[in-house]
Design a binder for this molecule. Sequence first.
Ligand SMILES: [Zn+2]
Length: 406
Amino acid sequence: MGMIEHTFESESDSTFELERAVEAVRHAVRALEPARLAGADAARLTAVAAEGERLLGAAKALLARRTDETRAWRGGRAASVEQWLAETSGCSEGAAREALVTAERVETLPETRDRLLDGRLSIGQAALVSAGAAVDPGAEAHLLRTATRSGMRGLRQEKERVVAAATDEEAAARRARRERHLRTWTNGPATHGTFSGPTEQVADLLDALEPLTRARFDEARRAGHKEPLEAYRFDALCTLVRQPGAGVATARRTKHIARVRVDLTALVRGRTEPGEVCEIPGVGPVPVAHAREVLSHGLLQLVITDGVDVRTVVSTTRHVPPPLKIAIAERDRTCKVRGCDCDRMLHRHHTEDFVRSQRTVYAELGNLCTRHHHLVHDEGYRIIDHHDGTWDLAAPDRAPPDTAAA
Ligand SMILES: [Zn+2]
């Protein structure tokens, strides 16, 4: 008895601190009465809980990795460490595998590991950063910066860029072709599906749907309906099937031009190297061979970084000249609001009230998603420019209703 107590005491500081902390968390969670909290307190505590979740997620991943190394998970019914961790956590085996792989990868990435253990990075974010850094160690700092400025979607896209640039492009293209599929399964009255294929072909497909989707979206907004864009994209697909020429006709009217974003050095060399991109904007990485092929058709808008100094392009009307349009689309690939990754249906916004400045210039234009554009345009939100390419929005100070009436 005395011996056991002694062992417990001597190890307690480091080994059992986590157990005591979780016990304290359990008490705190039990004592919570969210319905009695003021909104601001609820918001603050949500952030506190999120930080706790990140910290415990990190602890879980690192401890599971040690459990895997020592094979201590064996002996129960689990057939693999992923299955054991999934059962222990109540998560999917995919999520368990991601945590284990991430814990292993951050062993050689001190900065990522440090942020993970500090509660600044979630295990999901660390998974993306470390997956990119695993193929291109030089990309770690850049991906960590992306993690602080973008949401998960933006970080995932950036990771995809890093991986694509560092991967054998021909082999990857062959695999994309080999693994192409369109699968469906029926569940009650709805049929679900997934598909995958070479990005340049999927981009063609999405391009054909884009004008029809936008038409459906505009039509619905006028009628006062709000459904997800994905719903209208489905409608667009049905329209295309019913009127086989519909997409082509619309595309011809709008003079379809293919866009590829590619580093000039990669275009000349014929493949990308770490740090370079070759992608269809808004869709994803494509082989340099595809860029060259599109180039040979003469229907390509090549976007070369710093090619034209667009900062000198000024228009004294609301009209946005084409070089400015491309430059804005390139600079603001997602909504400019910090943390918003939306890259679809973006609205070009004039920051300075055009009526006052009477000019359209690069620095005063920015892309906003539909929701943020609505806040600025209709709800009186102010734009705060961070001068690092991102904006924040500040809610208008509204006088309380009774003083406004007085
Ligand atoms: Zn937004």
